[in-house]
Design a protein around this ligand. Sequence first.
Ligand code: NAD
Length: 253
Amino acid sequence: MEFKNVPAIVTGGASGLGEGAARALAAAGCKVAIFDLQKELGEKVAADIGGIFVHCDVSSAESAEAAIATACEAHGLCGIAVNCAGIGPAARILGRNGVMPLENFSKVIQINLIGTFNILRLAAADMAQRAPNADGERGVIINTASVAAYEGQIGQAAYSASKGGVVGLTIQSARELAREGIRVNTIAPGLFMTPMMAGMPQEVQDSLAATLPFPQRLGKPEEFGMMVDQMVRNPILNGETIRLDSALRMAPR
Ligand code: NAD
């Protein structure tokens, strides 16, 4: 895919990994629309990268439909969509205060998995109307899972299940959308230093840090942005989930 002037949507782009993706896409020449709940932060990042901020709750069909229409009016039909919006509240199945309420589980699934599908389906509808490039490509969708999808993490039953769902959704939608010239891939990050990580209880942070085989620094949002850039450029990647795992990765010092 070319980047120059391609309309791109980044959910969760006001903060953390989404911000890293938004900055990378803007640097490559995309017209970036940040979809997020956090207006002040989102507007600040958008102003910084010459993009726009669109208030959007990815878990709501109405909100996502309105946001996609706003972005399309401002920039044109979406050619690149990066799903980064997500939450990761910690709660044990059998916690100190009793059994986990079902609502806790549903909320995480609603944002992380259903929110990802919500943007994916609407972005794909935009992409299918775009003219194909010389390789027959019309668009690229990148989702965000987590190594938790493969390994689990303490107090992250809902989170791990939601991210496992994102991996499955990626395989299925890549197969289904290939004929439309749309590629779908996922990045499964390990430990990255973002506000989500900083907000986790110390107990969870410690257990995550203990999974690193060597005292290495956590990933940076701009490194996530580098992987987004490569996934968009590389036409042979489709239906893949690439682990961007701080425990395995060799990072520039
Ligand atoms: P973050 O909290 O810094 O960013 C998440 C963003 O999503 C925030 O700006 C938030 O406002 C937005 N958001 C939350 N709910 C939303 C909703 N309903 N609609 C629209 N926007 C919403 O967190 P982050 O660490 O940058 O996480 C980004 C993604 O990466 C998440 O999906 C997370 O699960 C995943 N991830 C992060 C790590 C890590 O180590 N930080 C590891 C694995 C996976």
